[in-house]
Design a protein around this ligand. Structure first.
Ligand code: ZN
Ligand code: ZN
Length: 820
């Protein structure tokens, strides 16, 4: 046993163990191990954003606690780490930094800038993950922008194309005019904005009557293809089938009837434009209406807008309202609170445009998704509904093509002569069709020899939604199914609709199997004011600041203990400080214990007799083991950390150690068998605390383990030593009850001394305890020596009778009197 250094220097200790664990290679996944059961974590590869925030700390702490716990449970743990590089936000950042738009420079140069930026961002995030001390197997590190990963994304596309899940179609899609690309439903956020509702007169053809239409988007009037009323609307139903004049455009359209119109809402008359919103899309499809495309890809009015061509959407709205007013067709305008769909990357109002796109048939899988989601274990259970509700809410298939640069290319060409689609063969990938021709001499259909590459690229979720298979070694390892499905997919509550969903549909389509057996959901991190943490609200705290000030072990306690799994948790500095104080307490008690254990050798210990208080804390430690193990199995990290801190701080330090200190300092009065029993207990209980804490606070527990236990226990790291087995035989209800009473008497006497302004170590002549019955008296008598030694009492007398005039020990029927 080595003495612990005087001062607990967390940054030194944490850095030291992070390096040593890496050198020892204890987190290397053993691919060839057939003895241990594998446990695979589907670490979601993060989007490199250039900062590691407290939300990331929460995520990675959860992942790492699971990984370390499972490792101690004897599993062969795979904790991989990748980086989800592609995507709009990086392109937007590059455009900003270089003050250009993506089309201003050659694609190669643009891509190069994106890659440089990504590497810079990865370095920043990796530094924090290392400082957090995650047990990642870094030999698994990958980047989705590498051709080797493209290969997997492209192969998955080819396989799904062959299975009939991929198709091209001209369908309306969500379109960001700022980013100039299609985006999926999952990338549309909703924001409350103030708009204006305009009441516009649409003249009925051949009469001097008009119908009043209320709309917040008058700029779409040039794309009006029908006017719709409810067939149950007494005022309007007689107009169904009649013609009405579209103002501004001066064309006529037909008035159609549809039950979907609510006669009570607005004026009960609706203009159908292509496309003002998703409802328009449904109506156009149902009534087979013509389509007038009004917008260009960058959000301006096109030639179909007549005199408004070239204007932005906002300019067109203003101009059209002015013209309507001048023509006497604007009845009134009123403010409108509305919720609008915006691009989740740039917050631009999302439009609906028709474009030829690639789609994946995801809606065909909805029933299977629901069935599988019901089989998956969710932590916490109620999160299951989020995935199911989302899958059921989807109106459209997943649009998987994007009109961007920095992404995985779609491995497809078209015959320039006849337009035949040429899909890459499985062994052609990775391939960029823009740089390489298909490996064919001629078009199989017409014999043509010229090919046009697909210029669209994949949605970045196409890369990141195959990770469960990729982490398992697909497609290269013949035995990849040994590591699939992933045992756990951990994810944030905000990305269930993307990550958990896309993983599910992709793997179900590819392999007919669930990608993950369980899903562990974390909530969001709030600022100390209870609002969402954000730089603009000035409640933002950067992770490196917290890690620098308090280190990893204290920060991890905040993450683990901040709230129930799945709930939002606030970041508060005092919570991290509390974590740090606990570590200092654990450090000090271990130092103290190592002194009390001087000369103690667990392997050569002689005969010892466990006393009441020894048995009491050993029984409590078994119960703790049971509670913490249960909590860890259910991923209730906050329960586990609270149980351990309470046990360690109060039962172990404040009570047990205080109660046996005297025995260890002055063993002559007690005899060596009792001293050895106390040493044995102290040694084992402290070890148990370290074991249970190891997944939460790996650094400090390792430092103490190495100094005090490594030689005896024989594991080169606490992290790879077995998780303690709960031993019910060591639990003893009667012992716990009696021990609790003895502890209550000790506190009672201490409190008495404090109330009477006596120093805690003031000697006492006599303590008379009135226990109420013989049985209780026997129990107290068995700890008489400890009471006397600990409380500096010359004479302890235990009486079986009951007296009410002394100091009561509530809730027991016991009282005492002191003479000093
Ligand atoms: Zn955008
Ligand atoms: Zn051809």
């Amino acid at each position: 046993m080595q003495p612990l250094p005087k001062k607990y220097n967390f940054s030194e200790i944490e850095r030291k163990w992070q390096q040593k664990w890496e050198e020892m290679g204890i987190y290397r996944f053993d691919w060839s191990d057939t003895q241990r059961t594998p446990f695979t974590i589907d670490t979601p590869p993060p989007y490199p954003s250039g900062e590691f925030h407290m939300g990331n700390i929460l995520n990675w702490t959860y992942f790492d606690i699971v990984a370390r716990y499972k490792c101690m449970r004897g599993f062969n743990v795979l904790f991989p780490q990748g980086w989800d590089c592609h995507g709009l936000s990086i392109e937007i950042q590059v455009e900003k930094e270089h003050k250009i738009r993506k089309r201003d420079v050659p694609p190669d140069q643009f891509r190069g800038w994106c890659e440089q930026l990504i590497e810079r961002y990865i370095a920043i995030m990796k530094d924090s993950i290392l400082k957090l001390g995650c047990s990642i197997d870094w030999t698994t590190e990958y980047r989705t922008m590498d051709p080797d990963y493209w290969r997997r994304t492209q192969l998955s596309f080819i396989l799904l194309h062959k299975k009939g899940f991929m198709y091209q179609g001209t369908h309306p899609v969500n379109w960001c005019p700022r980013c100039e690309t299609a985006i999926a439903d999952a990338e549309v956020d909703y924001e409350k904005r103030k708009g204006t509702l305009h009441y516009i007169r649409f003249p009925l053809e051949g009469t001097d009557e008009y119908l009043l239409i209320a709309t917040s988007r008058p700029e779409f009037i040039p794309a009006c293809v029908a006017v719709e009323v409810s067939p149950e609307d007494e005022r309007c139903k007689r107009y169904i089938g009649k013609k009405i004049i579209v103002p501004i455009a001066n064309r006529t359209v037909t008035i159609i009837g549809d039950e979907a119109v609510d006669p009570e809402f607005g004026t009960g008359v609706v203009q159908i434009c292509t496309y003002g919103d998703k409802e328009d899309v449904k109506t156009v499809l149902k009534h087979k209406l013509p389509i007038i495309r009004l917008l260009t890809d960058n959000g301006r009015i096109n030639a179909n807008g007549g005199k408004y061509a070239g204007l932005t959407i906002n300019q067109a709205r203003k101009a059209i309202v002015e013209d309507l007013e001048a023509a006497g067709l604007l009845e009134k305008s009123e403010p409108l609170a509305q919720e609008v769909g915006v691009c989740d990357r740039c917050k631009t109002h999302v439009e609906i445009l028709e474009h030829k796109q690639w789609f994946m048939k995801t809606r065909a899988l909805t029933d299977k998704v629901v069935e599988t989601a019901n089989e998956v274990v969710w932590y916490p259970d109620y999160m299951r509904a989020r995935l199911i509700d989302w899958a059921r809410s989807l109106d459209w298939d997943w649009v998987i093509s994007r009109q961007r640069v920095f992404a995985t290319p779609i491995p497809v060409w078209y015959c320039t002569n006849c337009g035949e689609l040429i899909l890459a063969e499985e062994d052609w990938v990775p391939i960029d069709p823009k740089l390489q021709n298909p490996r064919l001499d001629k078009c199989p259909k017409c014999g043509g020899t010229e090919f046009t590459p697909e210029r669209d690229v994949f949605d970045t979720w196409m890369d990141s939604s195959i990770t469960c298979a990729v982490h398992a070694g697909w497609p290269d390892r013949p035995d990849w199914k040994r590591f699939f499905p992933a045992d756990v997919h951990p994810s944030g509550i905000d990305i269930i609709r993307t990550w958990a969903y896309y993983l599910m549909v992709r793997h179900l389509a590819l392999f007919g199997e669930t990608p993950y057996k369980s899903c562990l959901i974390n909530g969001m991190v709030l600022g100390s004011d209870g609002r969402k943490m954000s730089k603009s609200l000035k409640n933002y705290v950067a992770a490196p600041e917290v890690l620098g000030k308090y280190g990893s072990d204290a920060t991890r306690q905040w993450a683990a203990g901040g709230g129930a799994t799945g709930s939002d948790i606030p970041f508060r500095w005092p919570d991290v400080e509390y974590g740090r104080r606990f570590l200092v307490k654990l450090w000090n008690v271990s130092k103290f214990a190592s002194k009390l254990l001087e000369g103690y050798s667990p392997s050569e210990t002689g005969e010892f007799e466990l006393q009441l208080l020894d048995k009491w804390i050993l029984s409590k430690a078994e119960k703790l083991t049971q509670k913490v193990t249960d909590a860890m199995e259910k991923c209730q990290f906050n329960v586990a950390v609270e149980e351990i801190r309470n046990f360690t701080w109060h039962l172990f330090c404040d009570y047990y150690i205080e109660a046996v200190k005297d025995k260890l300092y002055n063993p002559d009065a007690y005899g060596s068998a009792k001293k050895l029993a106390a040493q044995h207990t102290l040694y084992e209980v402290l070890h148990r605390v370290l074991q249970l804490l190891a997944p939460m606070t790996p650094h400090l527990t390792e430092e103490i383990y190495q100094a005090m236990y490594a030689e005896d226990k024989g594991f080169k790291s606490l992290q790879i030593s077995p998780w303690p087995e709960h031993n019910p035989e060591r639990e003893d209800e009667a012992v716990e009850k009696n021990g609790d009473l003895v502890m209550a008497i000790m506190s009672g006497v201490r409190q008495y001394k404090a109330e009477n302004k006596l120093p805690l170590n003031a000697p006492v002549k006599t303590l008379d305890i009135y226990s109420g019955n013989a049985e209780t008296a026997n129990a107290i008598n068995s700890a008489k020596e400890d009471l006397a030694g600990t409380l500096k009492i010359a004479n302890v007398r235990v009486h079986p009778e009951k007296r009410n005039d002394g100091k009561q020990i509530s809730p027991y029927d016991v009282s005492f009197q002191i003479e000093y």
